[in-house]
Design a protein. Sequence first.
Length: 217
Amino acid sequence: MNGISVDINHLKKGEVNLGTSIMAVKFKDGVILGADSRTTTGSYIANRVTDKLTQIHDTIYCCRSGSAADTQAVADMVKYYLQMYASQLPFDEKPQTKIAANIFQEICYNNKDNLTAGIICAGYDKVNKGTVYSIPIGGSIHQQEYAIAGSGSTFVYGWCNENFKPEMEREECVDFIKTALAEAIKWDGSSGGVIRMVVLTEAGVERLVYYPEDYQK
């Protein structure tokens, strides 16, 4: 995978941004990713129900923040490279989450001067179980118990640090993410809409959606 690069100079930067709140949390049985659904163009809300949780492989997903064009292009490339890699594995094996995260990291780092892309990559695999990787703008990579990013994350760093617990049960983790994103949406003007989540475990993929009436207090 050496030398992965892409000419993204044709992408119009700064026009459509996922000024956003995204997070991923490792829990007892796997990982849960969550995000708001607002996409902005300056002060104009371009889309109220964007799906910022992108499937990369069967039980590997990413959350996207930054330029919508950049992050979608990067996610599409990682999905392609991972499919090529998976085709070379034995029939009963699937790619590990860390492989996808490292492809994200290489693309983001090699194009750091042209990209506005903050990525959280998380997933479940038989070898490492649930894992979470943060790839912030600039292309570094960090494995974490939980990761938060986007413009809304600045409002909930303290709350998450105080309330996160390792090895949470599923419902406890869902409530943790829902509360954190609800607070981010409350205080960040670029975040809003519905809260989407995806639960990744040995059993597979489960999607959840919470509407404003479900999380507003």
